[in-house]
Ligand binder design. Sequence first.
Ligand SMILES: *[C@@H]1O[C@H](CO)[C@@H](O)[C@H](O)[C@H]1NC(C)=O
Ligand SMILES: *[C@@H]1O[C@H](CO)[C@@H](O)[C@H](O)[C@H]1NC(C)=O
Ligand SMILES: *[C@@H]1O[C@H](CO)[C@@H](O)[C@H](O)[C@H]1NC(C)=O
Ligand SMILES: *[C@@H]1O[C@H](CO)[C@@H](O)[C@H](O)[C@H]1NC(C)=O
Ligand SMILES: *[C@@H]1O[C@H](CO)[C@@H](O)[C@H](O)[C@H]1NC(C)=O
Ligand SMILES: *[C@@H]1O[C@H](CO)[C@@H](O)[C@H](O)[C@H]1NC(C)=O
Ligand SMILES: *[C@@H]1O[C@H](CO)[C@@H](O)[C@H](O)[C@H]1NC(C)=O
Length: 363
Amino acid sequence: MSAVVGQDHTPAMATIFARLASLALLLPFCFASPAASSSASLPGSTARVAGLNAVGKAAGKLYFGTATNANEFQDDAVYGAIINNTRQFGQITPANAMKWEYTEPNPGNFTFEDGDVIRDLARNNGQLLRGHNCVWYQQLPDWITNGTFTYHEMIDIVENHCGTLVGHYKGEVYAWDVINESLNDDGTFRENVFYNATGSDYIPAALRAARAADPHAKLYINDYGIEGTGNKSTALQNLVRELKSEGVPIDGVGIQCHLTVGQLPTGLLENFHDFGQLGVEFAVTELDMAIQGNVTADALEQQKQDYATVVSACLSVPACVGVTVWDFTDKYGWITNGHADIWDDNLQKKPAFDGVVLGFESH
Ligand SMILES: *[C@@H]1O[C@H](CO)[C@@H](O)[C@H](O)[C@H]1NC(C)=O
Ligand SMILES: *[C@@H]1O[C@H](CO)[C@@H](O)[C@H](O)[C@H]1NC(C)=O
Ligand SMILES: *[C@@H]1O[C@H](CO)[C@@H](O)[C@H](O)[C@H]1NC(C)=O
Ligand SMILES: *[C@@H]1O[C@H](CO)[C@@H](O)[C@H](O)[C@H]1NC(C)=O
Ligand SMILES: *[C@@H]1O[C@H](CO)[C@@H](O)[C@H](O)[C@H]1NC(C)=O
Ligand SMILES: *[C@@H]1O[C@H](CO)[C@@H](O)[C@H](O)[C@H]1NC(C)=O
Ligand SMILES: *[C@@H]1O[C@H](CO)[C@@H](O)[C@H](O)[C@H]1NC(C)=O
């Protein structure tokens, strides 16, 4: 696999220009001039010295970041050196450490040790921290999953959890994903344990508790299936408008972007512009790009173009503040065999790395 990455993406210059031309067709708004500068160092993406966060910031974004787990940077020095390089990453998201099952395993009994390790990494490196997350219907402790709660009991539980979690990290978190995945794919509310007890009232309750606990953290709703235009995107936009009209604190939308190579959702750019009209910021929060089938040179090239398309779409909307990948290497990516990330299993850069740079340099 790594042999393919290391040796096999050395296309002739004619092919490179053909590919850039086809990318330009995909990104009609974005290619004021040919992206010649970013192709100059091809082949050999490893020859590129640019850092993804440095390039993203130069393009006007706040950060390029990654999700991580503590064992990865504690036990793997090669990985650790990359994640500590602020030219590559200006923002860190704990992939798991701040989820409910870890932070409040028993009612009212909070444990922050794991989350603090990720916080310390970001703090030591001077990287922004995104908090993940207050309320999600998965990775919950049994006491929630198996419990039966009245409306008021559940509102208290949500307020106490979000208030305590966000309060523990007060002043240290750029943005919190307060709500993760509250909607079904058709845009209706998901009938999870919170919804069943409170209807959608747990959402403003969580947001208000988070605001009270850390007035300066940006509060986000995060979801998947809202990358392209469609009913779910419309529903989430309506939810944000409704929350705003009711005076509920809401500052941003997280568009996850767990995507498949060669199958980008329709209307991605248009949809990003629609989210840009809401009067809140948004971010790409969990980007990865799974390859279906064999990892061929063509698949890696398509993956590069698809990364470029998503990053370029963020670049084209001022309200999109940054892009976070859901870990940066196939070695630790959550999609088994998807080879969805921008560094390979051996922590070598893939063509997708150049795709991110191309996206940030596409205007
Ligand atoms: C990365 O930074 C962390 C936190 O400061 C530190 O513990 C770790 O040793 C660093 N890793 C490398 C490889 O520099
Ligand atoms: C709190 O949780 C920790 C970790 O699960 C456990 O060791 C401790 O005994 C618990 N304390 C109480 C008071 O439940
Ligand atoms: C949100 O849900 C997704 C599942 O699609 C999960 O991968 C991610 O970790 C969750 N995000 C947070 C902040 O918990
Ligand atoms: C919660 O329910 C699951 C199955 O529904 C069961 O396996 C588990 O033992 C239960 N946990 C507690 C603490 O009751
Ligand atoms: C929520 O309620 C629906 C409808 O009664 C039910 O099907 C679902 O299992 C419930 N979910 C949880 C997590 O309690
Ligand atoms: C979107 O919602 C409309 C009704 O609001 C429905 O007619 C349509 O089938 C839905 N589209 C999809 C793709 O589910
Ligand atoms: C993937 O590679 C295997 C082994 O080389 C081959 O047998 C298979 O046909 C390939 N699959 C596809 C979809 O190309």
